[in-house]
Design a protein around this ligand. Structure first.
Ligand SMILES: Cc1ncc(COP(=O)(O)O)c(C=O)c1O
Length: 373
């Protein structure tokens, strides 16, 4: 039979597909369990935004028609919220769709993208799929006193060369939960060649309560090479609908928009996102649940003698001092789904999403049993 791998586009044969968190239904089917909890994909444990959910349900009556390809209403609302023009926005089927559009617009064989070790897993995938080279900067060391495993911006800048088209910065980063302060990030942007696109991935920004945490949108006017991505998958609780967005200067958005698939964002997603933007009560409740959950998990780890990477996202990555994938598998048997992070070069860690108080406790109890077994 023909070996089709001899005929693929550059990059495809080196591609390792993204491994998503295990779905509850799949685990329950495999192990005959019920009452499983999933703390594996940094989803909102409080469910969808109630306003978003209602709007999505109401929009179903119109799904015989294609969605509004321009995303007119949502873009107008986002533009007003951030003080931007609608032309400065691109909508995606999740923010990962926007990141992919950037890669397909600017990356190709001979070019490269720079990102940090332990950076979000989609950066190497989209870079490789575009046939470009991944230039992976060392992260700050595990012993670093302020930001272990964090992005080392100096190391990243040092990898930028004339072939660099894109730099990916996740703030905060997944799976480490580490972050960059406004001052250092701004200096990094100032020092980069102006033709290098910086994707500032702010998927978790709405959870952050740190005072020194930057808002990338405020820098768009100053840096024409900056593109900020955000999502409705996390705090808004709409991961299943797949909707996110990118913000940049209009000329950059125009280029990226050329590779966008027509009708990439569906009607219920557009309706839900528009409504969820107003759901302040839900956002505040989600943020409070998360802040309390981070404290609860950290204190549980501390009483088990485990260290963890200090996180400001809606997840924490904990060092389980043994094979993390095995711990993950033992937790599965107890009906708790977390995320092994060996694929991120962290073989003795697992990442847990902050759940409700009860879910966090159930995870901590299960982890303790697994570690004592
Ligand atoms: C850092 C980061 N960026 C982007 C995404 C993509 O999310 P979505 O495509 O659902 O917007 C994720 C999802 O986990 C993430 O962790």
């Amino acid at each position: 039979m023909t070996d089709f791998s001899n005929f693929t586009a550059p990059g495809i044969n080196n591609l390792h597909p993204y491994v998503p968190g295990k779905p509850i239904e799949e685990l329950e089917r495999e192990l005959g369990l019920s009452g499983t909890i999933k703390l594996a994909s940094n989803e909102n444990p409080l469910g969808p935004s109630p306003l978003g959910r209602k709007a999505a349900a109401e929009s179903i009556a119109g799904i015989n028609l294609y969605p509004d390809d321009s995303g007119y209403r949502l873009k107008a609302k986002l533009a007003a919220k951030y003080g931007l023009a609608p032309e400065q926005l691109v909508l995606g089927a999740g923010s990962s769709d926007v990141i992919d559009m950037v890669a397909r617009t600017f990356l190709s064989p001979g070019g490269n993208a720079v990102f940090s070790r332990y950076g979000f897993a989609m950066y190497p995938i989209y870079t490789t799929a575009a046939g470009a080279q991944c230039r992976v900067a060392d992260a700050l060391p595990a012993e670093h006193k302020d930001m272990p495993y964090g992005h080392d911006l100096e190391a990243m800048a040092a990898l930028v060369d004339e072939g660099t088209r894109v730099v990916f910065v996740a703030n905060p980063n997944n799976p480490t939960g580490t972050w960059l302060e406004a001052g250092v990030l701004r200096t990094f942007l100032q020092d980069l060649p102006e033709e290098v696109i910086v994707v500032l991935d702010e998927a978790y920004t709405e959870y952050v309560t740190e005072p020194d945490f930057p808002n990338g949108v405020a820098w768009l006017a100053e840096f024409p090479n900056l593109l900020v991505t955000r999502t409705f998958s996390k705090i808004y609780g709409l991961a299943g609908l797949r909707i996110g967005y990118g913000m940049a200067n209009a000329a950059l958005i125009d280029l990226i928009g050329r590779v966008r698939h027509p009708f990439n964002v569906n009607t219920p997603a557009l309706a839900a996102a528009e409504a969820a933007l107003d759901d302040e009560t839900f956002l505040q409740r989600s943020r409070n649940t998360n802040t309390a959950g981070l404290v609860q998990l950290a204190s549980g780890f501390s009483s088990m003698g485990l260290s963890w990477i200090p996180s400001i996202g809606n997840f924490i990555t904990v060092n389980v001092q043994r094979d993390g994938t095995q711990v993950y598998q033992q937790l599965l048997k107890k009906g708790v789904i977390v995320r092994p992070v060996a694929n991120y070069d962290l073989p003795e860690h697992v990442r847990v999403t902050v759940g409700t108080e009860m879910e966090n406790q159930r995870f901590l109890d299960a982890l303790q049993e697994v570690l004592e077994a």
